[in-house]
Design a protein around this ligand. Structure first.
Ligand code: PRX
Length: 653
């Protein structure tokens, strides 16, 4: 075993806190209770997990038949004739909205609740499968009447309201491709994403509720469109009732359109090829330009339905609450699509977890009898700070499973979640995955023994490994690159408009072996459990939201006083990471507190509140490699007072 001080992740950063936690928790095992095992959807999961690798084709074929209705059968489960551009369920014809709604609306499930929703001010909306299907049909017809057709892109920039789910499903029902942009992003970020996707139609809201205040989504969308004139139509949901400017001929109210004859309540689903694009979702890339990850119609739905069914063990009478934002992949896969495909009942909440009081979430669990809750370590840490008296005031006994995603969960947060929220009865399902993987990759199911802070073992049919740079598997407890050695149906197929970037970001590092490079460093313990250490690239995760350093740096550089800029992520007890910015000012200028505030405001305006640096330091130069790349790890080590590691590529030493 390597000594603690020698171990570091690939970015050269020792991560001592994670280090100590992993060593302590490797032997802290929580075995599933016999009750949980006997009730699990897949009690023989561990055997299947071992066996499935010998025949992944049969495994995925079975799942595709079990969970999905096909308009026309596929001819081949996996076409791997042109790796890494894999095709799953080749030749199959399908529509995800049909599987999510149409087929249920024809059975007894038409009366079942598909979605229970509560707004931040306390208003409630309930949708049956039939009701949701009808709304989706109506909006799909509205989109068609706007000229949207198969293959077009539609950008959705909305708060956490049911209309977002409806708009996503309506878009894919008619074969168009949605690009959902998180409502926390500001005008430049939105403009870049609209432009890259080439959307003529944007759907937004007048505003969104956040902590009793409103965010002016329509104003931001207007400003973005001004920068990105490709948009011809904007459809606006009235949510907050605030004043907005409606451009005649360009902007239309959702509720008015939905009352016109064009919004007829039946819409034939478009017949899609399994490999047609389904949606684009932008995530942070290694360049300043956001990277549009593309998922496709067939394999994605097979993968998300299978993983949700077995990992969260969903049952007909569950009330599932995935507390993510629908704008992130977690929300796409596990709010909008997979629960509906499985015919489950979801709960969704619009606002902040601690508004107006720190027990808002716990009161919602009690009020709606939530049985499975899935959230992030950041949310748990934030709510944990208020103390256990808040959850203890509520009856949380309906909960039977808890989940987490987005970053490594520290043991203190894990234990609090397990003991205080789950009453030591609910397994914690720590799911490791990415926007690009579509769904859960390394994760326990309720029958897998747990270790706090470990995402445990790969899902059935997923061959994951931790390897050295030459591809050799690492020894137990040795850090290396987390790779996936075989394709899986939920794999993103390309980067929108940029297949070269797809190849270089994910497939160039282990090109000879043909493995998927996750960009995470990880290690395995002697039981084969996976422990994620963190990113090896420049992605920063603030409160679990992925942000690219380059996008924030570019926004700083667009300020008239800034000559050079670098941002790094620093550890934070609640948010996981916070942003620290370093700026070199143009000649002759002096930085002061006023400029710090101005720069923060500038980033808020350009990228969004989530990207605002916690600190800004003015420096006279930035450490760069001889080829001119900023050495982020060096800045980080300096701030943290840690050894700077290998500096042989540093310019001007
Ligand atoms: O670093 C890993 C971290 O989140 C990254 C993916 O981010 P994103 O594409 O935004 O998707 C997040 C939701 C799926 C990963 O590369 N990550 C995700 N889940 C975990 C995690 N790190 C540790 N443990 C997890 N469970």
């Amino acid at each position: 075993m390597v000594s603690m001080s020698e171990k570091s992740n690939r970015s050269g950063q020792p991560n001592l806190r994670r280090e100590v936690e992993i060593l302590a928790a490797t032997h802290e095992i929580y075995a599933p209770s016999p009750d949980v095992v006997s009730n699990a959807n897949l009690p023989n999961y561990l055997e299947l997990q071992q066996q499935a690798l010998s025949d992944i084709i049969t495994f995925w074929d079975d799942q595709a038949q079990t969970f999905i209705d096909w308009f026309e059968p596929y001819q081949q489960v996996l076409d791997n004739s042109n790796p890494p551009f894999y095709k799953w369920f080749a030749g199959g014809k399908v529509n995800i909205a049909y599987n999510a709604l149409d087929r249920h609306a024809r059975t007894w499930r038409k009366n079942k609740l598909a979605l229970l929703w509560e707004g931040e001010p306390g208003d409630v909306r309930l949708y049956s499968y039939f009701g949701l299907w009808r709304e989706v049909n109506k909006f799909a017809n509205v989109l068609r009447s706007m000229g949207v057709k198969k293959g077009d892109t539609v950008t959705l920039y909305m708060g956490r309201v049911p209309e977002l789910i409806i708009a996503m499903l309506a878009t894919v029902k008619i074969g168009a491709i949605h690009s959902v942009v998180y409502a926390g992003f500001s005008e430049q970020a939105l403009a870049d994403r609209i432009e890259d996707a080439g959307s003529r139609v944007v759907v937004t809201c007048d505003g969104a509720w956040l902590r009793g205040k409103t965010v002016n989504l329509k104003d931001i969308a207007d400003a973005a469109i001004h920068r990105s004139p490709v948009v011809q139509q904007m459809l606006v949901v009235k949510r907050t009732g605030q004043q907005v400017r409606m451009a005649p001929g360009r902007d239309f109210w959702w509720h008015e359109l939905m009352n016109l004859p064009i919004a007829s309540p039946y819409c034939e689903p478009e017949v899609m090829d399994a490999e047609d694009p389904l949606f684009i979702l932008y995530t942070s890339g290694s360049t300043g330009k956001p990277k549009g990850v593309v998922h496709t119609c067939g394999g994605y739905q097979v993968f998300i339905a299978t993983t949700l069914k077995y990992v969260f063990d969903l049952k007909e009478d569950d009330r599932w609450w995935c507390a993510a934002d629908p704008a992130w992949i977690t929300g796409h896969s596990y709010i909008t699509y997979a629960p509906l495909i499985l015919g489950a009942t979801s709960f969704m909440y619009e606002g902040a977890a601690d508004y107006p009081y720190p027990d808002r979430w716990w009161s919602l669990v009690e009020k709606y009898h939530v049985s499975v809750l899935y959230t992030t370590p950041t949310a748990i840490r934030r709510l944990m700070r208020f103390g256990e008296a808040w959850p203890n005031r509520h009856d949380l006994s309906t909960l039977r499973l808890l989940g987490t995603v987005g970053e490594p969960i520290n043991t203190a947060a894990w234990r609090w979640y397990y003991q205080v929220i789950g009453g030591e009865r609910c397994p914690i399902i720590d799911t490791w995955w990415q926007t690009e993987t579509g769904g859960f990759m390394i994760t326990p199911t309720p029958v897998v023994p747990l270790k706090p802070g470990s995402a445990t073992i790969p899902f059935v049919g997923i061959e994951a490994d931790v390897v050295r740079e030459d591809g050799a598997s690492c020894e137990p407890y040795e850090d290396g690159d987390l790779v996936i050695k075989r394709p899986w149906p939920g794999l993103a197929r390309t980067i929108w408009n940029n297949p070269e970037q797809y190849l270089s970001e994910y497939w160039s590092q282990f090109q000879a072996q043909g493995w998927y490079f996750s960009g995470d460093s990880a290690r395995r313990d002697d039981d084969g459990y996976f422990w994620i250490i963190g990113r090896t690239d420049d992605m920063i995760k603030v409160s679990g939201y992925p942000l690219g350093t380059a996008e924030i740096e570019n926004s700083l550089l667009s300020h008239k006083f800034v000559a050079e800029a670098a941002v790094i992520g620093l550890p934070d007890a609640v948010k996981g990471q916070v942003i620290h910015a370093f700026c070199v000012l143009k000649t002759g200028l002096q930085g002061d507190n006023r400029l710090v505030d101005e720069l923060k405001e500038h980033v808020r305006h350009e990228v969004g509140p989530i990207a605002v640096p916690a600190a800004v330091t003015f420096v006279t130069s930035l450490p760069r490699t001889r080829s001119g790349k900023i050495m982020h790890r060096l800045l980080k080590a300096q701030v943290l007072g840690q050894p700077v590691g290998d500096t042989s590529t540093l310019a001007d030493q």
